[in-house]
Design a protein around this ligand. Structure first.
Ligand SMILES: [Zn+2]
Length: 340
């Protein structure tokens, strides 16, 4: 099979011919029909955040395709259309049993990091990671369900408990996860302000139904949030950016406000005054990807047209290098998808 691999961290993506992998017990061989490219791929390739378990390595963790074979103990028809979650989990620990497998006690890492991923014609995936994809959802759309749409779905529902009528701030709102967070917030009845850099991203945020879109390079972010919320402050914030925006967004929360942190690509540390947190009864929580149970709801939301996956474009496998460069530059609106 054809695959785009890295031979070393920081090295180029190379097209190679590899043997088609064989599914083991509990695993499924999937003919990859779509694999999205995101910022995490770029970080793994560079080796700056997480490193591939073995080299040469096939990247890619946002995968949809067709079942091409099954290992022992798996009953799935050949040709079934599927999309995959990206976490390797045990299915047996107390968190997995409670449907919170993204905090699995025996977390085994990620598809496309700890095992080969989807920048290839075939990939082997655990059966428990697969969800059936209805015909109403294309393969490129299916590839982004678990990460770009599932991540904000879990964050806004299970972790934030967003309510109709609330005022929600989304930072990094022009990115792949952010645009879907805006759509979901609007669908849940919230008023949404999206925060990102550059007019092109602000326009995309407004197109998703946001009330407002602001560029923190142009405005003082806390003041802008307070002005947008009539002086009261925002009820909730979804943080996808990190220290570059977190302190200003937190200061823009109303009393009783909640911040849910999903990403932090701008760094790892920030100062916080505990007094501000207790005086305002603010809640600060983390959120991690999506459970298989929640993904089934995401499938319904997309199949019914309530949520529209934002696909920037589809490209042959050989263009993985060019796509990663665009992702690194931060110029992609939505998700770019490889169709191997
Ligand atoms: Zn577990």
């Amino acid at each position: 099979m054809r695959a785009m691999v890295i031979a070393e961290h920081g090295g180029p993506l190379e097209l190679r011919e590899l043997p088609i992998p064989r599914p083991g017990p509990g695993e499924v061989l999937v003919r990859v029909r779509a694999c999205a490219v995101d910022r995490f791929d770029v970080a793994i390739r560079a080796g700056t955040r997480e490193r591939a378990a073995a080299l040469p390595h096939v990247l890619g963790h946002e995968i949809a395709g067709e079942v091409a074979g099954t290992g022992p103990g798996v009953d799935r028809p050949t040709g079934e259309r599927v999309a995959a979650t990206l976490y390797l989990v045990c299915g047996r620990c107390r968190w997995c049993l409670r449907g919170r497998e993204t905090i699995c006690e025996a977390f085994g890492g990620h598809i496309g990091v700890n095992v080969p991923g989807g920048y290839a014609e075939y990939v082997v995936l655990p059966d428990r990671n697969l969800v059936t994809l209805p015909d109403a959802i294309s393969f490129p759309e299916g590839s982004i369900l678990a990460n770009a749409i599932g991540t904000p779905f879990h964050a806004l529902t299970a972790r934030m408990g967003l309510q109709p009528g609330e005022r929600l701030v989304v930072t990094g709102a022009g990115g792949g996860v952010g645009l879907h967070a805006v759509q979901l917030g609007v669908a849940m009845g919230a008023s949404v302000v999206g925060v990102d850099l550059g007019e092109e991203k602000l326009a995309a945020i407004r197109e998703m139904g946001a009330d407002a879109a602001v560029d923190p390079a142009d405005v003082e972010l806390t003041d802008a949030i307070r002005a947008w919320s009539g002086g009261r402050g925002a009820d909730a914030a979804l943080e996808l950016v990190g220290p570059a925006t977190m302190p200003k967004v937190l200061a823009g929360l109303a009393k009783g406000g909640r911040m849910v942190i999903v990403g932090s690509h701008t760094g790892s540390g920030w100062e916080i005054d505990p007094g501000d947190v207790y005086r305002n009864e603010w809640e600060i929580k983390g959120s991690r990807n999506v459970s298989a149970d929640e993904l089934a709801t995401v499938v319904d939301l997309v199949a019914s047209g309530r949520i529209r996956p934002v696909i920037a474009g589809t490209h042959p496998l050989e263009e993985a290098e060019a796509l990663q460069q665009r992702v690194r530059a931060g110029t992609v609106i939505g998700r770019e998808v490889l169709v191997p």
